[in-house]
Design a protein around this ligand. Structure first.
Ligand SMILES: *[C@@H]1O[C@H](CO)[C@@H](O)[C@H](O)[C@H]1NC(C)=O
Length: 314
């Protein structure tokens, strides 16, 4: 028999299993992000060209995602507003990953975000979430957008944020392959905002970073050999600390420091495996339906295996 179950278990997810920001909210106002490659309709979310992760900490696409395009619209917001990012797979299925942090940056666009080139932007961090404090399985906050469809990641804008035009960059770093250098998967997404109000909060010069620039492939939060083994180890967020002026604002998901011990769980590593499970053939209905024991199916399976392996090595 050419095929055995252990081999099948190595099959990674298909490309559609990665993803993009499909919906964005300011409080209860909804905006739609364009599907990668689809004909763009006016949006506030910068459209990317493909759902695959950005690989490599110095990859230019770490900036706002693969080939991110200027968006035509700008969403109005105020300091302290809740903004929400709904990540989905490329086929609008549920977000497929659950291991790794979610980080949020902003940069001032100057006069107009719709023409703003973000490649040389100076970004400040407003939020970062890692493992859920006290979660005995060491689950990450990312798991909350993974377990059910249509659950968005929520971030609170700094309550004292100075008015202006801003790009807000929400980023998921998926760490399920981060046991090896270059394995981390970066999913950045940029959305255009116009912030009103009369806040005075601005970052300090030494809190500003470029992206790419702020990360290295060997940062302890990007190359994480023990990500599945040690769920109690403090997670060291990559990039700068959250800007000091943000500190006073509320927000259930706020974290305080780059290596806060409160960002850790405490015991079993069982949940750490769920992302790996997700990458098996069981996550692909089209594969699951096929009867792999029948010889005339084998060449197709081999092709899919090859495609899948390419996906995993990206
Ligand atoms: C984000 O906010 C919405 C609306 O309040 C809520 O339903 C959802 O569970 C929140 N997401 C997370 C990850 O907590």
């Amino acid at each position: 028999m050419l095929f055995s179950l252990p081999l099948l278990a190595l099959l990674p997810a298909t490309v559609s299993a990665h993803g993009f920001v499909h919906k964005f909210w300011v409080n209860d106002k909804t905006f739609t992000g364009n599907v990668p490659q689809a004909q763009a309709t006016p949006s506030v979310v910068r459209q990317i060209s493909q759902v695959d992760p950005v690989k490599g900490a110095t990859n230019p696409f770490v900036n706002c995602g693969p080939n991110a395009q200027l968006a035509k619209q700008v969403a109005d917001a105020n300091p302290g507003d809740k903004v929400s990012f709904l990540w989905t797979g490329g086929d609008l299925s549920k977000w497929p990953h659950n291991i790794g942090p979610m980080l949020t940056y902003m940069t001032n666009c100057g006069d107009d975000c719709t023409t703003f080139d973000s490649s040389k932007a100076k970004w400040f961090k407003i939020d970062q979430v890692g493992r859920i404090p006290g979660d005995k399985d060491g689950n990450w906050f990312q798991n909350r957008i993974f377990v059910q469809p249509n659950v968005a990641a929520n971030v609170t804008l700094p309550s004292n944020l100075a008015p202006g035009n801003y790009l807000i960059r929400h980023e998921i770093i998926a760490l399920h392959l981060a046991t090896q250098k270059g394995g981390a998967e970066f999913y950045p997404s940029c959305t255009q905002l116009r912030v009103g109000g009369s806040g005075t909060g601005v970052p300090a010069a030494n809190e500003l970073v470029q992206l790419p620039g702020a990360y290295s492939d060997t940062d302890p939060g990007i190359l994480v050999p023990k990500v599945f083994d040690d769920v109690t180890a403090p997670y060291a967020f990559p990039g700068p600390p959250v800007a000091a002026f943000v500190g006073g604002s509320s927000g259930a998901t706020k974290s305080s420091s780059a290596t806060s011990p409160s960002q850790t769980g405490s015991s079993s590593s069982s949940k750490g495996k769920s992302c790996k499970l997700k990458r098996t053939a069981t996550s692909s209905p089209s594969l699951k339906k096929r009867n792999i024991a029948r010889p005339h199916k084998v060449s197709r399976i081999m092709r899919e295996l090859a495609v899948g392996l390419r996906t995993v090595s990206q």
